[in-house]
Design a protein. Sequence first.
Length: 157
Amino acid sequence: MADVASFALDHTAVHAPYIRRIAVETGPRGDAISNFDVRFVQPNAGEIPTAGLHTIEHVLASVLRDHLDGVIDISPFGCRTGFHLITWGEPAVTDVARAVRTGLTAIADEITWDDVPGVDAVSCGNYRDHSLHSAREWSKHILAQGISLDAFARVGV
Ligand code: ZN
């Protein structure tokens, strides 16, 4: 089976929350695509419940596109400790962290249920499984810990 860069990470060596650039790949026409590890919870020490993670996903899908150029996709890890962020080009980790902080701050302080995008049966594949309360509490918790610019050391927090 193919090697996967994400699985080569020593998950016992990191200090979440952090942003880490996993890889930059270049397509046949020269376009660069970056893959980021947006880690919110220390691996194997906890996980965000599915409903809260789902609501964080919906909000970040919109807010990140407002605050970071080239967003292609942000999707939760199956382990529920964070997200993959895929972008065009090579945005700086500091800029990714700023955009993610903006999204989590909005969830923590501002957003009401009416602001969460795409939470109906037409727009979402499991619209009943959302929790703004959980998303808000986890966002506060992540922001209080600070989002590091380095996976292995607490930088910029
Ligand atoms: Zn959904």
